[in-house]
Design a protein around this ligand. Sequence first.
Ligand code: SF4
Length: 454
Amino acid sequence: MSEHSENSATNGNTVGNPPRKMRVLLETYGCQMNEYDTELVKSILEKDQFAIVKTENEADIIMLNTCAVRENAHRKVYGRVHDIHHRREGRPVMIGILGCMATNLRQELFENRGLKIDFIAGPDSYKRLPTLIREASAGEQAFDLTLSEFETYSDVFPARKEGVNAWIAVMRGCNNFCTFCVVPYTRGRERSRSVENIVGEVKVLAADGFKQVTLLGQNVNSYRHEEHDFAHLLEEVAKVPGIERVRFTSPHPKDFPDRVIDSIAANKKLCNHMHVPAQSGNDRVLDMMNRTYTRKEYLDLIAKMRAKVPGVALSTDIIVGFPTETDAEFEDTFTLMKDVEFDSAFIFKYSERKQTIAAKKFPDDVSEDKKTERIVRLNDLQKSISLKKNRAHLGEIHEVLVEATQTAKSETEIQARNDGNKIVILKAGPEQVGDILKARIVDATNYVLKGERV
Ligand code: SF4
C-alpha cells in the first residue's frame, strides 16, 4: 500500500530517539455502517504505523467519520470542526473528513475557508488514507472520493470493540435510489463479499468470544455473491459454532423472499426480529419515494412474516412530511402503524438532502409545523403500541443474552436482550457478558422489559 510509509507516518524524529507514531483520534457520526467503517479505518491506520488515541489532547490528527443522511449529523460536524480549531490554541492538528458527507459535500468542505480541512476520504477510499495524510502533510489538497464497484474491504479485519455483538459488513452500496436518500450517491452501487470470506471472519469472531453477529449492509437482504443469496448466507453464518445469535440490518421490504422468512422461522440462531422499513403507508407517496411496493404489498409481507414466524418482533422506519404529503396521505401512514402494531419504530421528519432525486424534483413544501404535528402523533401512537406489546410479554419466559453487567442507571442491574431485540433488565448476579439465561418477564415500559431469573 505505501512505499513511503515509515517516516511520513511518524513525528518528532529527533536524533537518537525512535520516531514517534502520528496519533489519530477518530470520531463517528451517523449510522452503524459508519461505526463499522471507523473500525476498518483504525485497522488500516494501525497497520501503517499510526497510533489510535482516545482524547483530543493526544491527537496529531482528528478524523470525523461523517453522515449525510440526516441534517442534524451534518450540522454537528461543521460545529465540531470549528470547535477543534478553536480549542487547539496554536497546536498543529490535522483535520480529515471521512464518510458520506465527504462524498456529498466535497466542494463545500474545501471551499469553506473557515473550515480548513486537510484531507477528505469517501467510504471507498479508506485504504488510501495513509497516502492522503502524507499528501496533506506536504501541503497538498488531499482527497479521494472514488466510488468503487468492487471495494468491500474483505481483506481488512476491523479493530473491533470488545463485547457480545460483532458487526460485519457483508455488502456495501445500494442500487435502489429511493428518492429521499443519498446513499446510492455517497456509497455507490451494491457489491457483496463472498460467503467463504464472511464465514471465515465469523469463525474468528466466535474464537474471540463474540456470541452474536449482526450482518450489515445498506440494503443487506439484497446480498448476492455469485449464485449465493441472502438466505444462504444467513444459514451458513448460523452454522458457525459458538455464534448463538445472528441479526441483520438494514433490509428493504422488496428483498424478503419466502426462503429468508422460512430460514428465520426454522433456525433458532436466526433471531425472531425483522426490521421492515415502511417509510409511508400511502401509495402515491410510496411511488414518489420510489419504494417499489404498495401499501397492500407491504401489509401482505407483514402478514406472511407473522404467519410463518409466530411472535416475530417487527420494527420499521417512517418519514413524515415527504414533499406534497397531504393530511389524508399522512393518515394512511397513521393507520398503517396502528394496524400493524410494530414493536418499535424510528420516525423522522423529511429533510432535503443534496443530490437526491427528491431535492431536484420535489419542493420541500410541507411546513415544519405540520411535520412536527405529524411526528408527535406517530410517536405518541407508537409509545402506546410499544407499551401494549411489551406488557403482553408479562409472565412469559425469554432466553436473554447478557450485554452488560451494569446498566447506565444502576450497578446492581444487568442488561440483556431477548431474541426479539428487546432490552431486558435483571438484578445483577453471577452472569458475565455473553452468558445466556432464562428470565421471566415481570414488568414492562414502552422501552424495556424487566425480568427475573428462572
Ligand atoms: S434502500 Fe433506499 S433508503 Fe435504503 S440505502 Fe438504498 S436508497 Fe437509501
